[in-house]
Ligand binder design. Structure first.
Ligand code: AMP
Length: 299
């Protein structure tokens, strides 16, 4: 899928070394694009990396399974860490620097700082995953301080995360442009995710109902329905036809405040979280122009 490039990739695990290398890059006035990830890379990450390679002189990718953003009962230990294939993936895409620090490097015992984006972090995913976005904002802020990128790339897949990071960079006047790129999907519509491997065969087959529900919402809105309650109720009806699917939430929100809306307008975000067994999947669409981006995955 992606163009092959030949150049050497620096693999760095020490913060000090990373900062030295970044200093050299800055001296040469080269632009830096940054893609933070937790690894187990797939084409969703690939699209962010490709965009960064196109738009910047240097692309830095971080792979760090950030303990701060996992709850005590979540999958921190189990989270996939296929480092060798991630290395090959990054090389193939032309990444310049792969940064993969240890948890001890990132959070030594004395570590006492956290970054909290209030309000936005407490709703939707935040309600189900208390402390999650504090962990995300803290690690991203620390990575931003080390890498000082011109642009940083995030996926619409984690729309709330992207909105929180945009808020954080604005609030703290970080001179970094946040780019949010469309969701990359499997051919049947399931949003790509490192966690999809947890799904059993039947759960994987049934999980396509999420995209079907979002597509139904789009059809209803296109045919004039603007009542959020009615759209959500039709989506719930459809998802409930799948026994294994347990809905955490389906909601339509205003994209900057993340407040629920009753009347659907362009730019609103329709987002959902649904559990299949112990695997929690999230997905969303944006009402309006961005829909074009999901059209190509329609079956
Ligand atoms: P993660 O490794 O899951 O923390 O994700 C790293 C970045 O990749 C985040 O900005 C995600 O939103 C983005 N991402 C993950 N899955 C997808 C996808 N299917 N399409 C686009 N971006 C994605």
């Amino acid at each position: 899928m992606f163009k092959q490039k030949r150049k050497t990739m620096k693999v760095i695990s020490s913060i000090g070394r990373l900062q030295q290398v970044i200093k050299q890059i800055k001296k040469k006035n080269l632009s830096i694009g940054f893609v933070p990830t937790m690894g187990a890379l797939h084409n969703g990450h690939g699209s962010l990396i490709n965009a960064s390679c196109k738009e910047n002189d240097i692309t830095v990718v971080s792979i760090f399974v950030n303990p701060l953003q996992f709850g005590p009962k979540e999958d921190l230990k189990q989270y996939p860490r296929p480092f060798k294939s991630d290395l090959a993936f990054c090389r193939k895409l032309g990444v310049d620097i792969l940064f993969h620090p240890s948890a001890e490097q990132m959070y030594p015992e004395s570590f006492s700082t956290s970054v909290e984006v209030k309000g936005l972090s407490d709703v939707l995913e935040g309600k189900f995953r208390p402390g999650h976005f504090r962990g995300v904002a803290t690690v991203v802020a620390k990575l931003f301080c080390m890498i000082m990128p011109d642009k940083a790339y995030f996926g619409q897949k984690d729309a709330q995360q992207a909105i929180i990071i945009e808020r954080m960079t604005k609030d703290l006047a970080m001179p970094i442009k946040i780019k949010v790129l469309p969701i990359i999907r499997e051919p049947d519509g399931l949003a790509m995710s490192s966690r999809n491997i947890y799904l059993s065969k039947s759960q994987r087959q049934n999980s396509v109902v999420l995209y079907k529900a979002l597509t139904l919402a789009r059809q209803l809105i296109n045919s004039g329905q603007r009542d959020a309650v009615k759209v959500i109720s039709r989506m719930k009806q459809l998802i409930k036809t799948v026994d294994e699917a347990k809905i955490d939430y389906i909601t339509v929100v205003e994209p900057y405040s993340l407040k629920p809306v009753s009347k659907i307008t362009n730019g609103c975000l329709i987002c959902l979280a649904v559990r299949f067994g112990s695997t929690r999947l999230i997905d969303n669409i944006v009402v309006g122009d961005s829909w074009k981006l999901t059209e190509r995955f329609k079956k």
